[in-house]
Design a protein around this ligand. Structure first.
Ligand code: COA
Length: 447
């Protein structure tokens, strides 16, 4: 028997235990205005892994807490899918390392769980959700759930412009029948093209054209929304309580939110009501040529951004999705998933009733692909979201100096032989514990 109701049953978030304050520490060291970070990029700080943390420990620690909290054993898990763009092994998937960690603390093993690793830049976390969803809908799960773990250390070469938008953390999600947080829509939209905006051709740190990546993000997202609408019907701003987007930095979402709003109000009563103030949306046939049309669109968009109607929508539907991201930076594959979690957390903290309400989720991965699908929030979400301890983790991070940042960056740089003392003390968690005889990374659980 398969069920139509498949989605996210539980979420755990694990941040790297170090914090780099972008306005107070990073900007002065780079001789930059702190406003670039706080206002322009919308970021206060980035998370970094301490010397004993990496994508495996963060993923395993998130999954461990999730399984303990839900009273699960390995026999309840039929798949472990890891999404990452920070893998250190081109053959053995990170999910095997994480399963190995978990087997140290559970009596049973994961020998009958299908393990894999998904790669497509930041969108692979959402693709892994998709894989888990399809596996359950196909009836191959034997009543078991899937663990999807999005884990990354988003580090850039020192001196690269991307250094401003780094971050490190993991999101573990349990995908199951009759879920307790959200049901995923079967409808989805894809916008995909061969693009060269961000890549890591056998190198640890990305080659990134950040400005181009922002343009590609918006173009592919628009394509994905149109594709989604072709199967689910036109979207309207009132349809969605929150719209979590992939968030490389909140400033990117500010741009995506504005373009998205312009798109979804087109032809609606909202466009009509706004017309008195800022006119109608331009149409290509009204302009002399493409350039004149694009100028008219830019002018309309700039005016739209300043309207009270747009500002109110943005503050209710988009701003709450950024509540975690602005403190932790880019988590690549996990970014859109902390955006969803931030929105649900905000709703719970502000007494917003979400039962039966819809989210529209917009994921993006460089290279490039966007995906859009809807989610329906189900009763039980509040109790699940109440279990998150991400605020506490964020608050307890060790605030590093610029010199400590340089050391930590070197420790995590695969081409450096750097060594440094940990800045925090591990407790009740998996830690990196050195190298094995075949060059594998080894892990242990510290009580
Ligand atoms: N006060 C307010 N805003 C300020 C400011 C100040 N003092 N100084 C700069 N800003 C604004 C800029 O106007 C810009 O905003 P805009 O894009 O709306 O114009 C923003 O802050 C960033 O400043 P900018 O000078 O463009 O920063 P940068 O050249 O360092 O590049 C990125 C920023 C995001 C392009 C760069 O950090 C990057 O490439 N990051 C990686 C992105 C990535 O990984 N993409 C792939 C995954 S999607």
């Amino acid at each position: 028997m398969t069920t139509d109701s498949v989605g996210i049953d539980a979420i755990e978030i694990r941040t790297g235990k170090l914090e780099l304050d972008l306005a107070e520490t990073f900007a002065p060291a780079k001789d930059e205005d702190p406003g670039k970070y706080t206002k322009g990029l919308g970021l206060r700080s980035s998370s970094f892994p301490d010397v004993y943390e990496d994508i495996v420990t963060m993923g395993a620690n998130a999954a461990h807490r999730l399984m303990e909290r839900k009273g699960l054993t390995p026999a309840d898990i039929g798949r472990i899918d890891v999404a990452t763009e920070s893998a250190f092994d081109n053959s053995k998937p990170v999910s095997t390392y994480i399963a190995g960690c978990l087997e140290q603390v559970f009596d049973e093993d994961f020998h009958h769980a299908n393990k894999g690793e998904r790669k497509f830049a930041c969108i692979s976390g959402t693709q892994s959700l998709d894989d888990a969803y399809n596996w359950i809908r196909a009836g191959r799960n034997r009543g078991r759930a899937a663990l999807v773990i999005a884990t990354d250390t988003a580090l850039y070469a020192r001196g690269d412009a991307g250094e401003a938008t780094q971050g490190a953390g993991a999101v573990a999600m349990l995908i199951a029948e009759d879920p307790s947080i959200v049901e995923l829509s079967p409808e989805q939209g894809i916008g995909s093209a061969d693009e060269t905006d961000f890549l890591k051709p056998n190198q640890q740190f990305p080659s990134v054209d950040g400005k181009r990546s922002m343009k590609v993000y918006l173009a592919r997202m628009r394509e994905a929304v149109e594709d989604f609408e072709s199967v689910s019907g036109d979207t309207h701003p009132d349809d969605f309580e929150f719209i979590p987007f992939h968030t490389p930095f909140p400033g990117m979402v500010r741009k995506a939110g504005l373009l998205g709003y312009r798109h979804i109000i087109r032809g609606t009563e909202i466009e009509e009501e706004l017309a008195e103030e800022i006119g109608h949306q331009p149409h290509p046939e009204e302009s002399e040529d493409d350039e004149a049309y694009l100028d008219a669109v830019r002018e309309y968009t700039d005016a739209l951004k300043e309207t009270d109607r747009y500002r109110e929508w943005y503050s209710q539907v988009i701003e709450p999705t950024l509540g975690i991201s602005r403190h932790v930076g880019n988590w690549y594959t996990g970014s859109v998933h902390i955006a969803r979690a931030a929105a649900l957390k905000y709703a719970r903290e502000n007494g917003i009733d979400l039962d039966g309400k819809q989210l529209l989720v917009g994921s993006y991965g460089s290279g490039a692909q966007a995906e859009v699908h809807a989610e329906t929030v189900v009763p039980g979400w509040e109790a699940e979201i109440a279990q998150l301890n991400i605020d506490e983790q964020i608050m307890n991070r060790y605030d590093i100096s610029y010199e400590e940042y340089e050391q930590i960056h070197d420790v995590h740089n695969h081409d450096e032989e750097a060594d440094a003392e940990p800045l925090t003390a591990p407790e009740g968690e998996f830690v990196f514990d050195g190298w094995g005889r075949m060059g594998e990374r080894k892990y242990t659980f510290v009580e």
